[in-house]
Every structure is written in structure tokens, then in C-alpha cells.
Design a protein around this ligand. Structure first.
Ligand SMILES: C[S@@+](CC[C@H](N)C(=O)[O-])C[C@H]1O[C@@H](n2cnc3c(N)ncnc32)[C@H](O)[C@@H]1O
Length: 209
């Protein structure tokens, strides 16, 4: 049988741009035994479902309800998935800052990628002991670093399609090149991260309380 073609929006934004980030989600799932995730501001980035049995996607873009309603989507993900569990793909078309109809402290992984301060609005859905993956494009990694419920446990290095996790020397990360005080207010005002002495493409935090 010929391979099932990717949905057009996913192809345009992720496969054609070589930005599926497959190894990131493959490694995360394996390292932290992830079974469930929430992805606020996901757009149509459905590659986490290739590795994680149950994923809740949330986005308020007007194009996305049709994408998730398409019957071909499940068949496509099924053809790409690398786990043997039953697939569960949920989608909420809403602002993730509003209440989401999902149980509190229920997911193993919270994904924050280029979509604002997900860690503020959605950490309540993450289990204690669960993992937050955040990048600092919009300052969310720095925001999580200020939050006492999160502890930085690793950084993610990206070289093209290759992703590696580094768990040592973490105190060298998220420290600014210039002497500025990072606060919740300054991060919200800027809406992006600061210049760091040692940048990383991603940051992994454990929810400790
Ligand atoms: C730059 S895209 C990033 C998409 C994906 N996370 C990725 O890494 O490729 C940001 C997405 O976040 C969504 N978004 C931003 N703020 C949001 C909010 N408050 N509620 C729901 N979706 C939001 C936008 O609609 C957009 O689809």
C-alpha cells in the first residue's frame, strides 16, 4: 500500500520545513515514560501523537477545527505511530488561558513551544512529578524557571533533526549576558526571552509541587 499522505497543513508547516521534531518527542517519551500530554498552542503539530498514546491539542486558530475533524487524520497518525497503544487525539478549539475541560493534574507532559506563557495557564493540568517541555522563544522557559513549582532537570540541544538532553551544568543556563533582573512582569512585558550566556533550544522542568 502506498504511504498515507500527510494532511496539507501539517505537510506545509512541518514535514516540508523538516520541523517535525520527531527525535525530541521520541526521546522525551522514552526517557520519562510519557503516556499522556497536553499541547496548548499546538497549531497542527501532531507529531507528539506518533510517540505518546494520549495527547490533548489546544489552539484558537480558525483553521484548526477542520484539521482535527478530518477522518484521514487518525489514519495518518496511525501510519506514523511508533507505539502499540490505542491512539487518543483530543482537540479543544479555544484560548488556553481560559478553563479547559480536562481534569487537573492529569497529564505526564506539558508542551510549550512558541505559544506564549503556557506554563502559567496550564501547569495545573500537569501531574506532580510530570515534565514541562518549554522553549524560551516567548520567554516561557524563563517564566517556568521563576516558578517554585518547577525545577529545571535538563536542557535540550538541537542540531537539525538531532536532539540531545543534557542534565549537568544546568546552573549555567537561563543566566543573562547583561545584568538584568528577570521577573514575571518583565517577561510578560517583553513576550520573549532574554539573551543568555548559554542558550538552549529547549528546557525540561519537573513539576515538584
Ligand atoms: C507559532 S505557532 C507554534 C505552533 C507549534 N507549537 C509549534 O511549535 O510549531 C503558535 C500557535 O499558538 C496558538 N496560540 C497562541 N496563543 C494562544 C492562546 N492563548 N490560546 C490558544 N492558542 C494560542 C496560535 O494560534 C498558533 O497556532
Amino acid at each position: 500500500m502506498p504511504p498515507i499522505q500527510p494532511p496539507a497543513l501539517y505537510k506545509q508547516h512541518f514535514t516540508d520545513k523538516s520541523d517535525e521534531r520527531l527525535e525530541l518527542f521520541r526521546k522525551l517519551t522514552k526517557t520519562f515514560k510519557i503516556q499522556s500530554a497536553m499541547y496548548p498552542g499546538s497549531f497542527v503539530h501532531i507529531s507528539p501523537s506518533f510517540f505518546i498514546p494520549s495527547v490533548i491539542y489546544i489552539d484558537n486558530d480558525r483553521r484548526i477545527p477542520a484539521f482535527f475533524a478530518d477522518e484521514q487524520l487518525a489514519a495518518y497518525v496511525e501510519s506514523r505511530k511508533e507505539h502499540s497503544e490505542q491512539l487518543e487525539i483530543k482537540f479543544h478549539h479555544q484560548n488556553y488561558e481560559k478553563s479547559i475541560d480536562e481534569p487537573l493534574e492529569s497529564v505526564d507532559l506539558l508542551i510549550s513551544q512558541y505559544a506564549g506563557f503556557v506554563s502559567i495557564a496550564c501547569s495545573k493540568y500537569l501531574k506532580i512529578g510530570g515534565v514541562l517541555l518549554a522553549n524560551d522563544s516567548h520567554g516561557d522557559a524563563a517564566m517556568a524557571n521563576l516558578d517554585p513549582q518547577f525545577r529545571l532537570i535538563a536542557v535540550v540541544d538541537r542540531k537539525g533533526d538531532r536532539f540531545t538532553f543534557k542534565e549537568t551544568g544546568l546552573d549555567q543556563y537561563l543566566t543573562t549576558r547583561r545584568p538584568v533582573e528577570i521577573t514575571r512582569e518583565s517577561l510578560k512585558r517583553r513576550g520573549r526571552g532574554f539573551g543568555y550566556t548559554k542558550p538552549a533550544s529547549g528546557y525540561l522542568f519537573r513539576k515538584i509541587g
